[in-house]
Design a protein around this ligand. Structure first.
Ligand SMILES: Cc1ncc(COP(=O)(O)O)c(C=O)c1O
Length: 310
């Protein structure tokens, strides 16, 4: 018997995922006729955006649906899955507000207009958002937490990005540095491409600035954008002019931090004929001070490590 949660589309009717009420009712009737095949155990949703209140309202509505399903004889209507959407805070909220206020096309290479961003300086952390969702009252003043406990409904979560907060970093070796002082900044080209920093492919940018390894002593501010090494004009890892404490030179390494949450090579393609980046698993927990690493085998490529642009 397949145990399923029926995904609802009620809270975001324009979503391409989930079922309308009519579709859900049809599905439940079908399940009731075929108990040996499918057992519906409740409902689920996943909302675009990061609104805690929208999530709480959707959860309250589906708790009510569980009760309706139970009273219609579906004894297993006992779980509501709230999906993901817990935010990750990459920068302090005040800094984020300042950034949004000051953000201008002139701050980007080629005056690129980027105005849709992940909320990098979310006002609430993931655990606060979860608390807000659980404490949100229904029209009778009962919180989601209390109601679910009273009715024996299990609440489930599927955090994605928030689950890997502070995990992962991506290292690019600098290949070339073009002095573009007439533009007000240099263009640093790295071994690798923006295919490995997914945000560019949503017409947006991964705004947290990369760290320059071994910055040495500050010898003067160096303003630059960061480009990938394909022939595509738009292959930029960082369009925004960022500043390092000294001139960047070929052989340097730029490290983008906190990249496990969707800033991976999901949009890679073999068209450029360069080996895809290898994934390294770093274990810090075995013995204090004795970090261990190994290559992860999630890659489909079979190249040897020597072929890989470090
Ligand atoms: C059904 C579902 N659940 C959970 C998630 C994770 O979302 P997030 O990374 O915003 O927590 C996604 C992401 O698209 C999803 O489609």
């Amino acid at each position: 018997v397949a145990r399923v949660l029926l995904r609802d589309r009620g809270a975001q009717p324009r979503s391409r995922f989930g079922m309308t009420r009519t579709e859900r009712d049809d599905a439940l009737r079908w399940c009731a006729r075929n108990p040996e095949a499918v057992r519906p155990e409740g409902f689920s949703f996943h909302l675009t955006g990061y609104s805690a209140v929208e999530r709480a309202r959707a959860a309250h509505a589906l708790v009510a649906e569980c009760m309706t399903a139970r009273s219609a004889g579906l004894a297993h209507g006992a779980s509501v899955n709230l999906g993901g959407g817990l935010p990750v805070r990459y920068v302090a909220p005040d800094d984020w507000a300042d950034f949004l206020e000051q953000n201008r096309p002139e701050h980007y290479h080629a005056h690129r207009e980027l105005d849709t961003f992940y909320p990098y300086g979310s006002e609430h952390q993931a655990d606060d958002v979860l608390r807000v969702i659980l404490e949100h009252p229904d029209q009778h003043g009962e919180s989601l937490r209390a109601k679910a406990a009273r009715l024996g409904i299990r609440l489930l979560l599927e955090p994605g990005r928030a689950l890997v907060d502070h995990a992962g970093f991506t290292v690019f070796r600098v290949r070339q540095v073009d002095d573009r002082r007439e533009d007000g900044h240099a263009v640093v080209t790295v071994c690798g491409s923006s295919f490995s920093l997914s945000e560019q492919w949503f017409a947006s940018e991964y705004l947290p600035e990369p760290v320059l390894l071994q910055p040495g002593t500050a010898t003067g501010e160096f303003a630059t954008a960061v480009a990938g090494s394909t022939c595509l004009e738009d292959d930029m890892l960082t369009w925004r002019t960022i500043r390092f404490p000294r001139p960047v030179v070929p052989g340097d390494h730029l490290v983008y931090l906190n990249t496990a949450g969707y800033q991976m090579d999901s949009n890679e393609s073999p068209f450029h004929d360069v080996a895809l980046p290898r994934k390294v698993v770093l274990r810090l927990d075995e013995q204090p001070g004795a970090a261990r690493w190994h290559l992860d085998d999630v890659d489909l490529v079979t190249d040897t490590a020597e072929d890989v642009p470090a």
